[in-house]
Design a protein around this ligand. Structure first.
Ligand SMILES: *Cc1c(COP(=O)(O)O)cnc(C)c1O
Ligand SMILES: [Zn+2]
Length: 409
């Protein structure tokens, strides 16, 4: 297998594949390092196509010596061509990667599948996470399916739908009076105290590998061809950077030919540290205090912000921010043109696509993919009062009068 070690993203120091996330030398973040030089592209492609209908079809690119057995799988979500959306925006070819179609209705099932499998391999019997909502759903469900104990830490002001969709699995839900960044800091402290696998803290290098599978799937579903541009929402910046990393790996192995697509990041204006740094042209994302309806993206101090900035610039893309009103409009636009109901994060993505189209950043001939990361039923408040319901008496006359319709012939 290709997986080799953990490697520091800053100084290149390497470490064994254990529960470790920060470099002893320079405090840089660690990531999984591979050697793909033995992979034959044709053989690898055949193996993928004959593989299971889950992220494990890409196991040559995941951090295990052999594919682990998992109780609840993720991946192989639909990539749908969205001609009506494209037409509304004056574009020719837009595709929607609908990652709400995962077991707990967000892309977080991908990262948790990988992190939990690694945690079990390393001998942990309890998993935990710091979550903006969807990660809590996924950790609770995958831990339940695997039969391990779990603790999920969330900001106390989270959407009720996400709390209910988490507690149902029998996890311990811990609501912290503070922002996500407070929750995350607490979990970093707890991970030093307790022998638990915090999926996005001490086993984060494995967790983030799960996001690469979104990139692989897009390429495979396009018939092993690359899109010209991908629009992705940014919270910590991990998903955004790992989609591009996955595609880079496939170009390196020869599974697909061409260049890494233009990468556009999407943030909510009420929590836009990466978009602000992009606009102002500096390297550092200054921490912000979030205030937005896109709670799943409300990370004020994004761990992978600097790498997201670098990727947006290097690929010729951008990182944009959209207001809460634009987010609501984005949810409606996607729903009305594709039949897909997304949560606020997907509203951020769709509104950012609309903004790029309006600004003339997108060539009409481009093939564009937008990544829809979560389900609309989890953030119902965002669409409350955006339409009217007609209330009638149970008579034909009342129906025709109220809706202002002429009598049927
Ligand atoms: C977690 C999340 C993201 C982005 O997460 P990163 O931390 O940037 O990897 C995007 N959309 C939704 C719905 C999420 O839950
Ligand atoms: Zn280092």
């Amino acid at each position: 297998m290709a997986v080799e070690a953990l490697r520091c993203k800053e100084c290149g120091a390497t470490y064994a594949l254990e529960a470790r996330y920060v470099c002893d030398n320079c405090f840089g973040p660690l990531e999984v390092a591979y050697d793909f030089s033995d992979l034959d592209p044709l053989e690898t492609r055949r193996k993928i196509q004959a593989g299971p209908r889950s992220i494990w079809r890409y196991s040559d690119f995941l951090p295990f010596d052999r594919p682990p057995r998992t109780a609840l799988d993720a991946g192989t979500t639909p990539l749908v061509r969205a001609d009506r959306l494209a037409e509304r925006l004056g574009l020719r070819e837009v595709w929607v990667k609908n990652d709400a179609a995962n077991p707990t209705h967000s892309f977080k099932d991908r990262v948790v599948t990988v992190a939990l499998a690694k945690a079990l391999e390393l001998g942990f019997d309890t998993v935990a996470c710091a979550s903006t909502g969807n990660l809590a759903n996924a950790v609770a469900a995958h831990a339940a399916a695997a039969g391990v104990d779990s603790y999920v830490f969330i900001p106390a002001d989270l959407e009720e739908q996400k709390v209910l969709a988490t507690g149902v699995y029998g996890t311990r839900v811990v609501a912290v009076e503070g922002s996500y960044d407070d929750v995350n800091r607490l979990c970093m402290e707890l991970s030093a105290e307790r022998d638990w696998a915090f999926v996005n803290v001490n086993v984060r290098p494995y967790y983030s590998e799960g996001s690469k599978t979104l990139g692989y799937e897009i390429v495979e579903q396009l018939g092993f061809e690359l899109p010209d541009r991908i629009v992705v929402p940014i919270a910590s910046g991990s998903l955004f950077t790992k989609i591009a990393r996955g595609i880079e790996e496939w170009i390196e192995v020869g599974l697909v030919h061409g260049e890494v697509p233009v990468m556009n990041g999407a943030q909510a204006a009420g929590c836009a540290p990466v978009a602000t740094a992009f606009a102002e042209g500096h390297e550092i994302c200054r921490p912000v205090r979030p205030s937005t309806i896109a709670k799943s993206l409300a990370i004020g101090n994004p761990a992978d912000g600097p790498y997201a900035l670098e990727l947006a610039r290097k690929s010729g893309g951008s990182i944009d921010a959209v207001t809460d009103d634009e987010i609501r409009a984005g949810i409606r636009l996607l729903a009305e043109t594709t039949g897909i109901f997304t949560e606020t994060a997907g509203g951020v993505t769709t509104a950012t696509l609309a903004k790029l189209a309006e600004r003339g950043d997108i060539d009409p001939g481009e093939r564009v993919v937008i990544v829809i990361t979560g389900e609309g039923l989890k953030t119902l408040d965002a669409v409350r009062a955006t339409f009217e319901t007609d209330v009638i008496e149970p008579t034909v006359a009342s129906f025709e009068r109220t809706l202002g319709l002429a009598q049927a012939a």
